[in-house]
Write a protein that binds this ligand. Sequence first.
Ligand SMILES: NC(=O)c1ccc[n+]([C@@H]2O[C@H](COP(=O)([O-])OP(=O)(O)OC[C@H]3O[C@@H](n4cnc5c(N)ncnc54)[C@H](O)[C@@H]3O)[C@@H](O)[C@H]2O)c1
Length: 259
Amino acid sequence: MHIRELFSLKDKVCVVTGGAGKYGKCIAEGLAEAGGTVIIASRNLSQCEEVAAGFRAAGLDVHALAVDQAGPDSVRQFKQAILARFGRLDVFVNNAVARPMKSYDSPIAEFAESMRVNATGNMDILREMISLLELNQGGSVINIGSMMGMHGPDLSNYEGTDMTMSPPPDYYFHNAGLLNLTRYLAKMLAGKNIRVNTISPGGLFNHQHPRFLENYTRKVPLRRMANTDDIKGVVVLLASQAGAYINGENILMDGGLNA
Ligand SMILES: NC(=O)c1ccc[n+]([C@@H]2O[C@H](COP(=O)([O-])OP(=O)(O)OC[C@H]3O[C@@H](n4cnc5c(N)ncnc54)[C@H](O)[C@@H]3O)[C@@H](O)[C@H]2O)c1
């Protein structure tokens, strides 16, 4: 197959949860620019509709649906809506995240709330989206984790800033779990033509505190944070036939910070 066809997502239906968020928008744009029909979804339908309308104005095939991944009924309605409106699913980008916990000593109820969305809800939506891929005789699941699921916090990044020196533990916990869930699913789905991979990104530039930017980027061999293009190629690789033999893998995308 020609390399252009290998990377093409023409006729592919892709879902990006949290697709109106910071990394989600970049992912949705990359998939749509590669020719995919992209559905961005979160609890905030009007925000997703606004972002999708912006992409459509730029000629991309992007749509919005509502889903609360922590609500079992909402997840099932979402699945039915995908089938009713688009007829199939080829690519599921599991990108949504809730961040209810603020520091190490936040109330344990906030840890439980994080697990409700980021662990239990995540598992629920993963199984439901995978069942759509099975109906379709195969597809690709891309879990968006974090380098923080692979490494402990580097508190020196926060020196001289107004940011907390006590990063929340739930984020490290569920992102690490996602890596092994990826391997579990890759093996459990053997013979079903479904690939499951994780991308573990580093920090996305978002006008952070100047001292944080200085502290962080001097440790990155590429001397910068991730920009809005960086994740697009990795996600299209894993979504498309170009990544057809990559399965159960984790791609650390951090500019070499943790090399
Ligand atoms: N931003 C970064 O620097 C960074 C770095 C490394 C990894 N990541 C990873 O990238 C992914 C996206 O992070 P982000 O920073 O873009 O987040 P964000 O906060 O900008 O977006 C998160 C999205 O998830 C949605 N969401 C939250 N709870 C939901 C629920 N119950 N049901 C459905 N949707 C829900 C929100 O509406 C939002 O659209 C996450 O997996 C995160 O771990 C981000």
